[in-house]
Design a protein around this ligand. Structure first.
Ligand SMILES: [Zn+2]
Ligand SMILES: [Zn+2]
Length: 471
């Protein structure tokens, strides 16, 4: 609060004495009642210890680009980098060299400034700008041997420095001066361009994400994943889609006796049969597998295959020859897994794949209690075509799915063939239909069902996904 003298008789008296030159008199009778002005909140950075001495008090220094403003920045110890970015002046050279030009010019008219060290304790960057080259070297050596075309540089600067820098820049910097963070990042980028050459700096979806912690001078290089889209065909009834942790040891590091130290319940998975060749070639740490739905281990997936996106994590190279992988994967998997339609993709497509709910066509073979007359069976089964069934969460998945009733449509049923006590048929269903349960009814939890319609116990012999109607 700044007192308004017109409202306070005593203060008016003080102001008149003070301005009459009595303020510094040895016998100033008002000495003990001199009010201390409260600090202006806009400039309370001034109380910070990092600005030394009385020289910093320049309450009337105008902002840059005024020469007095530049002189003030020199006086409070700004480094040449900060002098340049806050000055609002055009200089021959940029960065610290430009700042050095400005300093020399300012010293010509303010010789006292030559005593001020050139920013050994810069209040607007705490000499961070001097570390730019060092940090750039750390970055370029950390990126050695990694393939990338684009890079995003992020920097963490301690909050108190950010606040102090902001206060000084707002008060003394030229309008629209570049803040410290942006200047620092630009400097790093310009040094890296000089050292490494062809890099594009981007604001999103980079190949490499660089995070600099200016407090510890630590650099973190995050190699962003490569996403590969494709469709897989699974010709085996013994392979899960994704890695399946060992039931005994729950997949702990090093595994156990039961899983032969692999940590896996099944040695192979579609994920690994596709992912391991890619990870090997690309020098990647690991993969994640995003399928458009999944089939059970004992269900084959045929036709033109199930869409998936393979996420290759932290790869050292990012441009594998995809065509080559189509034959490579089918040969390393012994034909159990075959891929097609491979192309590069992105994280957005993972979301699309996960959200897409497509109809599927299946072929299923099941047995009945006793032989059923062909004609009778065909017409009974066909009566389910076009029907909507209610499926209570199957017992076999109830440990990981909420118990509720789902309504799913049987789009069509075709090719019903009766071979004595076995029946085979093709059916197209809405996404999310439990096909095995549709046949055996899961003890009446799926209504209507093939078992109920035939009035016979039914047991699934095998099931194939014939087609995922995705596109
Ligand atoms: Zn500085
Ligand atoms: Zn195990």
């Amino acid at each position: 609060m700044s007192p308004d003298p017109s409202e306070d008789e005593e203060d008016v008296t003080w102001v008149s004495f003070s301005s009459a030159g009595y303020g510094s008199a040895e016998d100033d009778p008002w000495e003990d009642v001199v009010p201390v002005p409260s600090p202006d909140p806009e400039v309370d950075w001034y109380d910070d210890d990092s600005i030394d001495g009385e020289a910093a008090i320049q309450w009337d220094a105008p902002p840059c680009p005024a020469p007095l403003g530049i002189a003030h920045l020199i006086r409070i110890g700004c480094c040449d980098h900060c002098l340049h970015r806050l000055s609002g002046r055009r200089t021959e050279k940029r960065g610290s060299e430009g700042g050095s030009e400005l300093r020399e010019q300012s010293i010509l008219t303010n010789p006292d400034l030559s005593d001020v060290g050139s920013g050994s304790d810069c209040p607007t960057c705490e000499n961070l700008m001097d570390d730019a080259r060092n940090i750039s070297e750390i970055i370029s050596s950390a990126c050695e041997g990694i393939e990338y075309a684009t890079m995003q540089v992020g920097v963490h600067i301690p909050k108190d420095l950010m606040e102090e820098e902001d206060a000084i820049r707002t008060r003394y910097g030229a309008p629209a001066s570049t803040p410290l963070k942006a200047t620092f990042v630009e400097e790093i980028q310009s040094i890296l361009t000089g050292e490494i050459g062809d890099i594009e700096f981007v604001k999103e979806r980079p190949d490499l994400m660089i995070l600099i912690d200016t407090l510890t001078l630590r650099v973190e290089v995050d190699v962003r994943p490569v996403f590969i889209y494709g469709r897989y065909i699974k010709n085996s009834r013994e392979i899960p889609q994704t890695r399946w942790p060992c039931r005994s040891c729950r997949g702990r590091q090093g595994g156990c006796e039961a899983c032969g130290s692999s940590g896996l319940q099944y040695e192979d998975s579609v994920q690994d049969l596709i992912g391991i060749p890619f990870a090997g070639t690309m020098g990647a740490e690991d993969t994640a597998f995003h399928g458009m739905g999944r089939e059970d281990i004992d269900v084959r997936c045929l036709g033109n295959g199930r869409p998936f996106v393979l996420e290759v994590k932290s790869p050292r190279s990012r441009s594998p020859d995809l065509a080559e992988f189509e034959s490579k994967i089918s040969s390393t998997s012994g034909g159990r897994v075959v891929v097609n339609s491979l192309r590069f993709s992105d994280r957005k497509e993972v979301a699309r794949i996960k959200q897409t709910r497509s109809e599927k066509t299946y072929t299923i073979r099941f047995s009945t209690e006793e032989a059923i007359d062909q004609e009778n069976a065909v017409s009974l089964i066909h009566s389910l075509s076009g029907k909507t069934v209610e499926q209570q969460t199957p017992r076999r998945v109830s440990h990981r799915r909420a118990d509720k009733i789902r309504k799913r449509k049987i789009v069509s049923i075709d090719n019903v063939e009766v071979h004595g006590e076995e029946i085979e048929m093709t059916l197209r269903c809405e996404a999310g239909t439990y096909i095995k349960e549709l046949v055996h009814s899961d003890e009446g939890r799926t209504v209507p069902s093939v078992s109920g319609t035939l009035n016979s116990k039914c047991e699934v012999i095998w099931l194939d996904v014939e087609n995922v109607h995705a596109d």
